[in-house]
Design a protein around this ligand. Structure first.
Ligand code: HEM
Ligand code: HEM
Length: 179
C-alpha cells in the first residue's frame, strides 16, 4: 500500500485535496437538489429551505478553504499524453468549479440580504439590509443561472473522469479516490 501524504505531489493528490474534493462535491450536489425541491412539499418546505441555507453556507466555508489549498499546492500532472486543448479545457473547468463553489452560496446570501424581510437560520439572524430591495431579484436570477452552469460543468467534469477510467484505462479517477 502506498503511504498517504497530506499534500499533493507531482503525481498524486494529498489527503487534504481528496477529502475536500469529495466532501464539497457531496454537499454541493445536496444543496443543488434541495434548491430545486425545497418548495415542492408544503409540510417540509421550511425545514428543507433551512437545510439548503445551512448546507450552502458550509459549501461557502469549505469552498473558500479549497481556493487556498488549490492555489497553494502543486497540481499532479495529467496522466497519459492528452492533447493541449483537453488540458486547457480541464484547467478552466476546474477553476470555474472552484469559483462557483464560492460564488453560488454568496449570491444566495445576497438574495436574502436584500430580501423582503430578515431571514433566520435555526434562530440565528442572517445579515439583512432593507435599503435596496430591487437587488434581491437580480441575485436570485444570478444564483439560479450560476447553479445551472455548475450542473453543466459538473456533468462534463464527471464524464471526463469516467472516460479516463473506462476508456483510457488510466488512474485519473483512482488517484482522486486515494488509491
Ligand atoms: C452550493 C451552494 C448552493 C447551491 C448549489 C444552491 C442552489 C440553488 C438552486 C438550484 C436554487 C433554485 C433556483 C430556482 O430554480 O429558482 C436555489 C434557490 C435559492 N437559494 Fe440556493 N444554493 C446554494 C446556497 C445557498 C445559500 C448559502 C443561500 C443563502 C443562505 C441560498 C439561498 C437561496 C434562495 C434565497 C433561493 C431562492 C428560493 C426561492 O425561489 O424563493 N442558497 N439555490
Ligand atoms: C460527481 C462526481 C465527480 C467526479 C467523478 C469527480 C472526479 C474528479 C477527478 C478524477 C479529479 C482529478 C482530475 C485530475 O487528476 O486531473 C477531480 C478534480 C477536481 N474536481 Fe471533481 N469530481 C466530481 C465532482 C466534482 C464537483 C461537484 C466539483 C465542484 C463543484 C468538483 C471539482 C473539482 C476540482 C476543482 C478539481 C481539481 C482538483 C482539486 O480539487 O484540487 N468535482 N474530480
Amino acid at each position: 500500500m502506498k503511504p498517504f501524504n497530506l499534500f499533493n505531489s507531482n503525481d498524486r493528490y494529498g489527503l487534504i485535496s481528496i477529502y475536500l474534493h469529495w466532501i464539497t462535491a457531496l454537499l454541493f450536489l445536496l444543496a443543488l437538489l434541495l434548491g430545486w425541491w425545497m418548495e415542492d412539499w408544503d409540510l417540509l418546505a421550511d425545514f428543507l429551505t433551512q437545510t439548503h441555507y445551512l448546507i450552502g453556507l458550509s459549501v461557502l466555508f469549505l469552498g473558500s478553504l479549497r481556493i487556498g489549498t488549490f492555489a497553494l499546492q502543486t497540481q499532479p500532472a495529467a496522466l497519459g499524453h492528452p492533447p493541449l486543448w483537453q488540458e486547457t479545457l480541464k484547467d478552466w473547468v476546474q477553476k470555474a468549479l472552484i469559483a462557483l463553489l464560492v460564488l453560488i452560496p454568496l449570491t444566495g446570501l445576497l438574495t436574502l440580504f436584500w430580501g423582503e424581510s430578515p431571514t433566520t437560520l435555526y434562530g440565528w439572524s442572517l445579515p439583512y439590509d432593507e435599503s435596496r430591495p430591487f437587488l434581491t431579484d437580480l441575485f436570485e436570477e444570478v444564483h439560479e443561472i450560476a447553479s445551472n452552469l455548475a450542473l453543466f460543468l459538473i456533468a462534463l467534469h464527471a464524464l471526463a473522469a469516467l472516460k479516463h477510467h473506462w476508456f483510457d484505462l488510466d488512474n485519473t479517477l483512482k488517484r482522486m479516490l486515494g488509491r
